[in-house]
Design a binder for this molecule. Structure first.
Ligand SMILES: NC(=O)c1ccc[n+]([C@@H]2O[C@H](COP(=O)([O-])OP(=O)(O)OC[C@H]3O[C@@H](n4cnc5c(N)ncnc54)[C@H](O)[C@@H]3O)[C@@H](O)[C@H]2O)c1
Length: 334
């Protein structure tokens, strides 16, 4: 099998490449990535000899199509996206361009060339947010109610995938996943941001709505879910990938500080970013019942191992800190 992994130099994409080579070692992986500030080829250093790398934009229809043809790609897994909610507030246009038009460009190339499967990686955030005390969980049938430029652009991409399924009969699947944590995450995102700040005795910026919480899943469990859907999921279907494990920002800070043995005084409150969603929670019964997937990595152990990974891989994250485009201390309250 020949699989094109777009965004394979990013957090989840690079974990997916490692995972896939570990579990399907005979397959050919082609990583297609623009290497934006968030892309990091060093995340693939240990497997560079085993993959093909193409530096390119998913919005480039010629290069996308040429790449699919040249490497006789069977399947595409689309991770490529602008993914940072905070940056989307400063530069929303970039998010709609990459996440919506980029996905449509890939879909069109897939339609022209013919693939056995196009898999699109999406997020719980397309459904909007929940009250903190709500008993509701988002199902695959829940209405889309995105509230931020990032999640609206991801919603647009999901609609494009479904349009290509129903209009052109493209064999495509979607997974909407909860928040991921694990190694190789750009240190702008909350867990590596907290871990790397704490290591250097810097403050951990907690949004003022400290009770807002997220559902957390280890990135390798996410990769296992994509594996199941890619190989066994029904064409045209969407599957939720959740964990049921929720933690608010203060709990995350406390876990990180606890693992590193750093003081609670490093926590500092900053204004919420505009449009800060309160909570998301996915119902992932369909994935469990149809494909037998469930998470395998316990949250406390996964978090401890993740924080230790950042502690042991300073050479990986230190250069990236300089290129993070957003400072979380800078949001205005008005
Ligand atoms: N991180 C999470 O918790 C999470 C949860 C659910 C879904 N997702 C989705 O998973 C996917 C991967 O997320 P991530 O956290 O790994 O993101 P990331 O920002 O770490 O990686 C994105 C990658 O895409 C590349 N990229 C960006 N624009 C591109 C373009 N125009 N052409 C080609 N490559 C481009 C970047 O260089 C980078 O390597 C995204 O689609 C995201 O929406 C993420």
């Amino acid at each position: 099998m020949r699989i094109l992994v777009t965004g394979g130099a990013g957090f989840i994409g690079s974990n997916f490449v490692h995972y896939w080579l570990d579990h399907h070692g005979d397959d050919k992986i082609i990583v297609y990535d623009l290497l934006t500030y968030a892309g990091c080829l060093e995340s693939l250093d240990d497997v560079r000899e085993r993959i093909t790398f193409v530096q390119g934009d998913i919005c480039d229809p010629v290069l996308v199509q040429d790449t699919l043809k040249e490497y006789q790609v069977d399947m595409v897994v689309n991770f490529a996206a602008e993914s940072h909610n905070s940056l989307a507030i400063l530069d929303p246009g970039k998010f709609f361009r990459t996440n919506v038009l980029g996905t449509q460009t890939l879909l069109e190339a897939a339609r022209q060339v013919g693939l056995s499967r196009f898999h699109h990686v999406s997020t719980c955030e397309v459904y909007g947010d929940l009250d903190l005390d709500s008993k509701e969980e988002f199902t695959e049938e829940s209405p889309y109610r995105p509230r931020t430029p990032y999640n609206a652009a991801k919603a647009g991409a999901d609609h494009a995938v479904r349009a290509y399924v129903s209009t052109f009969g493209l064999d495509a699947t979607i997974t909407n996943c909860a928040n991921n944590y694990g190694p190789y995450q750009f240190p702008e995102k909350v867990i590596p941001l907290f871990a790397t700040n704490a290591m250097d005795g810097k403050l951990l910026p907690l949004y003022a709505s400290t009770r807002n919480r997220r559902e957390w899943l280890h990135v390798i469990d996410h990769c296992r879910a994509i594996d199941s859907v890619l190989l066994k999921g029904r064409a045209g279907e969407t599957y939720h990938v959740g964990s049921g494990i929720e933690a608010d920002i203060e709990e995350i800070a406390d876990i990180v500080l606890g693992v590193l043995g750093k003081p609670a005084s490093l926590k500092t409150i900053v204004p919420d970013r505009p449009g800060h969603d309160r909570r998301y929670r996915l119902d992932w019964t369909k994935l469990r019942n149809e494909l037998g997937w469930e998470p395998t990595i316990a949250f406390e152990e996964g978090m401890a191992e993740t924080v230790r990974w950042y502690e042991n891989n300073r050479a990986w994250w230190e250069p990236l800190k300089q290129r993070a485009p957003v400072s979380e201390e800078s949001w205005k309250t008005s």
